[in-house]
Ligand binder design. Structure first.
Ligand code: VGL
Ligand code: ZN
Length: 198
């Protein structure tokens, strides 16, 4: 069984949002085209409490883009984004949400970030995605969304680690590129791990 995973197609990551990914809005129509080919469509939603530790606003003398240590892991500090229940955290209204079989929230723990749609960054908490796929005998996932160099990358790498055949819809992804070349490096890393690009 195959499943499509749509990563974080939320307003705060789209042009005009606080963590806007350049041309992020262009992937919405790509998602809509692909959704119709899958029986199972999972959408992840970045879903932070308002005092989430990945927000630069929660740290004294820190700026957006600074890197700190959080529970022993490197953490990039972001602008406030995808706060639970706010309009910016909503999935884009043009998405054919009637095709989405399951929505999963991530980043809900105040003290640790969760880039992957499967686990938080220290791999200690599951969002329920792995269990959901296993129950439905999914052995293959196709992934697209935002952002290529963060949540898409970590979702794809976890999928590979879980033994799933994993591919990436390249035209359905856009990245942050905090450092020039990040998107290309993320794609190379995914490919090296066994992710097929389509
Ligand atoms: C994401 C940074 C912070 C993403 C989420 O969806 O890629 N990036 N939170
Ligand atoms: Zn986030």
């Amino acid at each position: 069984m195959k499943a499509l995973i749509l990563v974080d197609l939320q307003y705060d990551f789209l042009p005009g949002g606080p963590l806007a990914v350049s041309q992020g809005d262009q992937v919405i129509s790509v998602a809509n085209e692909w959704m119709h080919r899958f029986e199972l469509v999972i959408a992840t939603q970045d879903w932070h409490p308002e005092n989430h530790k990945s927000f630069a606003s929660q740290h004294d003398h820190k700026q957006i883009g600074d890197v700190i240590e959080l529970r022993g892991l490197e953490q990039v500090l972001w602008p406030d984004h995808c706060v639970q229940g706010t309009p910016g955290a909503e999935l884009h209204a043009d998405l054919h949400t009637d095709r989405i079989t399951r929505v999963l929230h991530k980043g809900t723990d105040t003290n640790i970030d969760s880039y992957s749609g499967f686990f938080n960054n220290c791999h200690q908490h599951s969002t329920g995605l792995a269990e959901y796929l296993k129950q439905r005998a999914v052995n293959e996932v196709v992934i697209m969304g935002l952002a290529t160099d963060y949540c898409v990358k970590y979702t794809a790498l976890d999928a590979i680690k879980l033994g799933l055949k994993t591919s990436l819809i390249r035209e359905g992804c856009r990245g942050v590129n905090l450092n020039p070349g990040d998107v290309q490096r993320a794609c190379d890393e995914m490919q090296a791990a066994g992710v097929t690009h389509i």
